[in-house]
Ligand binder design. Structure first.
Ligand code: PGA
Length: 256
């Protein structure tokens, strides 16, 4: 079974939520609940919560990620945070190319690729988001869109570096909308991404790649989604803000 060749990872994407005291409280609640998880557990938090999260998760199985990073190492980029800055703090993961960054902050396939390069160079593990809009899906170009996003993001990435990458398939129409892709739709596109990676690298590289589903995954629908053969966990927005809900998704993934 190919699923045994890779690790499922449940990653929370907190987006622009939680003050520092709220972040600490959520992590303290979560820690004992997910302590025995057999899957990877990551929380990606706002920059202002990174230090709090790193401190609170010390000695636990919860890994910490940021939600973005700039492609330059340093320089005149007011308001930005670089990959080496995150790495120096002890941050392990970084979400890149999230559809909200693409939609509201002018992120393109080219800038996503530059950020991926910077993250890898700094020793961070990118969680690269790809996904089609409703318009794309209705025009039957989901595979083309997701294929291009995947190829562009991975431009210049070696097979060795690919081992430190997670791809999150997140249909834009399913994010924060309460509309989840069906398990079949999620699996179909995750499998397609895996096929693209197999062609770019090798079957072995593709089999080892963690490909998550994201988009309104919650305590109720997680089990069916993560049980799919090509879905290796999830990137969770809204449901990651409540410890019991996030824990339920982690539990589902441990069985998936
Ligand atoms: P959602 O967000 O779970 O709230 O739909 C997912 C994401 O944006 O990563």
């Amino acid at each position: 079974m190919n699923k045994a060749l890779r690790q499922a990872v449940i990653a929370g994407n907190w987006k622009m939520n939680k003050t520092r005291p709220e972040a600490k409280a959520l992590i303290e609640e979560l820690k004992p609940m997910v302590a025995n998880a057999k899957v990877g557990v990551v929380i990606c938090v706002p920059f202002t919560n990174l230090e709090t999260a790193l401190e609170a998760t010390k000695g636990s199985n919860i890994k910490v990620g940021a939600e973005n990073c700039h492609w330059a190492k340093s320089g005149a980029f007011t308001g930005e945070i670089s990959a080496p800055m995150l790495a120096e703090m002890g941050v392990e993961y970084v979400v890149l190319g999230h559809s909200e960054r693409r939609q509201y902050f002018g992120e393109t396939d080219v800038t996503v690729n530059r950020r991926v390069r910077a993250a890898l160079d700094a020793g961070l593990k990118p969680i690269i988001c790809v996904g089609e809009t409703l318009e794309h899906r209705e025009a039957n170009i989901t595979e083309m869109v997701v294929g291009v996003q995947t190829k562009a993001a991975l431009e210049g990435v070696t097979a060795e570096e690919l081992k430190n990458i997670i791809i999150a398939y997140e249909p834009v129409w399913a994010i924060g909308t309460g509309k989840t892709a069906t398990a079949e739709q999620a699996n179909e596109v995750c499998k397609y991404v895996r096929d693209v990676v197999a062609k770019l690298y090798s079957k072995e590289a593709a089999d080892g790649l963690t490909i998550q589903y994201g988009g309104s995954m919650n305590a109720k629908n997680a089990a069916e989604l993560v049980a799919q053969p090509d879905v290796d966990g999830g990137l969770i927005g809204g449901a990651s803000l409540k410890a019991p809900d996030f824990t339920e998704i982690v539990r589902a993934a441990c069985q998936g």
